[in-house]
Ligand binder design. Structure first.
Ligand SMILES: [Zn+2]
Length: 73
């Protein structure tokens, strides 16, 4: 009989308060109630579009990692 060792991980999501979305310059407004307002070809994954990472979001993530002692620059 095989012996298994359980490995348990956590995947945690957070909503960052950035001006734009994570991979494009579309406005990040979680309070927007109308559908398909803050979108662009990148959001829609149109062919030929390329995402660009949001530097503001990266800085926020690094700060969280530092605060939680999971990242040290
Ligand atoms: Zn977009």
């Amino acid at each position: 009989m095989a012996v298994y060792e359980p490995t348990i991980g956590l995947e945690i999501h957070a909503e960052l308060r950035t001006q734009t979305k994570m991979f494009c310059s579309s406005k990040n407004d979680p309070d927007e109630t109308r559908p398909n307002v803050n979108i662009c070809p990148v959001c829609l994954a149109h062919p030929g579009t390329l995402p660009v990472i949001n530097g503001e979001a990266v800085r926020h993530v690094l700060r969280v990692g530092t605060a939680l002692n999971t990242y040290s620059p």
